[in-house]
Design a protein. Structure first.
Length: 276
């Protein structure tokens, strides 16, 4: 009898383990759907709670089948069910991106306090990056909300220590100020927006100073590579501004997933060994 019970419990555990990635991914899809609301409404200073989800063209209230992430977009062929207005492809892309990010985090760090802290940070970065790409702003309200979460998670012991969190915030927020100052001295133009500095400070608040430094470095590499490609293709001029929040998000995500591996690789190349 005991063996049968053990086998049943073991089988249930195996089934749950197999379903785990699916549950995490679906959760990400649902959160991505909510983030789309935030991306659309926050820059317009509208409530993200009221009114209920509706078509932005005809204002028709969206019902359950219209709100299923990704599938509703595919079934409706990217158009509103009621007025047939075209729906931006951004909606399914944000949903898929969020689901994929949550799944990658869960696989990398497992389900626990660390996952929650990383998921909150990456969620904020997804919203900030999308808003910056579309409106070239990073709303202060989003930074304040993220700051509250970052402080609470640090004090609760769900992320880095409060000392490390404070150091990371100062490093992340101070570096863009230095860049802006030097750029102004050399070219008499603004080199980096204030919102980028606040967002980097937020990253440092969640990750601490070491990982914040790596995130900044990777962000610069990603932005420089993308900007260089656009210049070579004559899509942008040297004086044109490029939204930097997406590259902060990319750099931070790479730092979270592969930070230790990247540091080890760097030290092995330049110093021939990895201490510790």
């Amino acid at each position: 009898m005991g063996e049968k019970r053990w086998a049943s419990q073991n089988g249930w555990a195996i089934e749950m383990e197999a379903l785990f990635p699916v549950i995490v991914f679906i959760t990400g899809l649902l959160m991505g759907s909510f983030f789309n609301v935030c991306i659309y409404r926050i820059p317009k200073k509208e409530s993200i709670v009221f009114p209920a989800s509706h078509c932005t063209v005809c204002n028709a209230k969206l019902n359950g089948p219209d709100l299923i992430p990704v599938l509703s977009y595919l079934c409706l062929r990217g158009r509103c069910r009621y007025c047939h207005a075209k729906i931006s492809v951004r909606y399914p892309l944000i949903e898929l991106l969020t689901g994929s990010v949550y799944l990658a985090l869960a696989v990398r760090v497992g389900m626990g306090k660390t996952f929650v802290a990383y998921a909150v940070l990456c969620s904020l970065l997804i919203v900030a990056a999308a808003i910056d790409m579309e409106y070239q702003i990073i709303p202060d309200g989003l930074i304040r909300t993220g700051g509250i979460f970052g402080i609470l998670l640090s004090l609760a012991g769900w992320s880095v220590s409060w000392q490390n969190s404070l150091a990371g915030m100062l490093l992340g927020g101070g570096f863009p100020l230095l860049v802006a100052f030097l750029f102004w001295k050399v070219r008499h133009k603004e080199g980096m927006g204030g919102g980028d500095g606040k967002l980097m400070g937020l990253v440092g608040l969640f990750l601490g100073w070491k990982q914040a430094a790596l995130s900044i470095l990777l962000s610069i590499y990603a932005g420089g590579l993308f900007g260089g490609i656009l210049l070579l293709l004559h899509k942008k001029k040297y004086s044109d501004a490029i939204p930097f929040a997406p590259f902060i998000a990319i750099g931070t995500f790479l730092s979270i997933l592969y930070g230790r591996d990247l540091i080890r690789w760097y030290l092995q190349i330049f110093f021939g060994r990895y201490p510790g």
